[in-house]
Design a protein around this ligand. Structure first.
Ligand code: ADP
Ligand code: MG
Length: 356
């Protein structure tokens, strides 16, 4: 049977009107794809557009989120231990449930592997996953396994739950709210710089010893990020429900823009309030000639939480050593201003990660 009439022609017709995905970017593409999606169930409370989808389960909300990690795009196995990769794949998914103020409960794992990988290699990945499941108390309940032409792909879906009156979205920040961020920023990006630099040195000269002294913290930030479920529990203990929240996977600037765009608000942040670890600061300046502020704003993969609280809750968190107050929400629609140490103000642009 001649299949050729089924193939090609339709694709060729489309080719005459080819739009490069790079011209849309990741967010533009998702916006475009989600435009004509319809929901058929009343139980679908929130679809595309937040850190997780939200489904009404009657007494509470079910949260669902998927994140993929691809070899060559998200990780490089020449410096990523497989155990860490397994751990990270779970942690970054759990982080999206935390960003909804939820508790993760189950995960499923999709894995595609080329024949480069041995049983022992896959078992290493799963050892890391089991560790993360233990740390975050999630049950690995299924998945899918397939061969791949080249490389390794991990696609994780995580489920979680949240009480209906405790859910936190991206689109509910209000003028006057205080902007808070957990932990410190820029470290994961600088860890990646350190690892990629060492790889280049190694490729050029395998005899060279790695120069990673004093970089243990930033490398750990890159290879073994933590989902901030600890903060979710502490906020609950303090009786605080943030007014909006998102996790920082693409960089602070990009995530603030998401909150502002979706909430129809603006924000002011202060350079001197951005939390940057001393090791990140030193590595940026001394080793990579990078601005630590740029790393904090635009470096990705810190997996900290960015959230807003109403002013009445400020007293409860102001002494917290893992929460920094970095600015406040304004009514300047979608405009984010950064007040520099010298008093000047610059507009923040979201760069985020551009894979396309
Ligand atoms: P996050 O960084 O929190 O993982 P993303 O930026 O990946 O979020 O995704 C933003 C929103 O777009 C989420 O609601 C996600 O479920 C949705 N999304 C991403 N890719 C697709 C896709 N291919 N089809 C449908 N929805 C998608
Ligand atoms: Mg997220």
């Amino acid at each position: 049977m001649d299949f050729s009439r089924y193939i090609c022609r339709k694709n060729f017709n489309k080719m005459t009107q080819r739009t490069e995905i790079a011209s849309l970017g990741e967010f533009g593409l998702i916006e475009r794809l989600s435009k004509d999606i319809k929901h058929y169930h009343k139980s679908t409370v929130k679809g595309i557009g937040d850190d997780a989808a939200v489904v009404d389960m009657g007494d509470k909300f079910l949260l669902i989120s998927t994140d993929m990690l691809l070899e060559g795009i998200h990780f490089d196995l020449s410096y990523t231990p497989l155990k860490h990769l397994g751990y990270k794949a779970i942690a970054v998914n759990v982080s999206d449930i935390a960003a909804m103020n939820g508790t993760p409960t189950q995960i499923t794992v999709g894995i595609a592997l080329s024949n480069r990988f041995s049983l022992e290699a896959v078992e290493e990945i799963y050892m890391g996953m089991r560790l993360a499941c233990e740390d975050y108390k999630v049950d690995l309940v299924g998945g899918d396994t397939t061969a791949a032409i080249s490389g390794l792909i991990l696609s994780i879906t995580v489920l979680g739950t949240v009480a209906k009156d405790k859910i936190v979205y991206r689109n509910t920040a209000k003028k006057g709210d205080i902007l808070c961020v957990t932990g410190d920023l820029g470290g994961a990006y600088l860890g990646l710089q350190a690892l990629t630099r060492e790889k280049q040195v190694f490729v050029a000269n395998p005899e060279m010893q790695p120069e990673l002294d004093g970089m243990d913290y930033i490398i750990e930030r890159q290879l073994k990020p933590q989902a901030r479920l600890d903060i979710i529990h502490e906020l609950a203990d303090l009786g605080i429900v943030p007014t909006s929240m998102i996790d920082i996977s693409d960089g602070l600037a990009s995530e603030i823009m998401h909150i502002c765009k979706q909430s129809g608000v603006g924000a002011v942040l202060y350079e001197d309030k951005l939390p940057i670890d001393q090791q990140s600061y030193d590595a940026a300046i001394n080793h990579f000639q990078l601005s630590p502020i740029t790393c904090a704003l635009n470096g990705g993969e810190d997996y900290e939480l960015l959230f807003t609280i109403s002013q009445e809750n400020y007293e409860k968190i102001k002494q917290h050593d893992q929460i920094s107050t970095i600015g406040y929400i304004t009514d300047a629609d979608k405009k984010v201003a950064l007040v520099m140490r010298n008093g000047t103000t610059v507009a923040v642009q979201a760069q985020g990660w551009k894979h396309f």
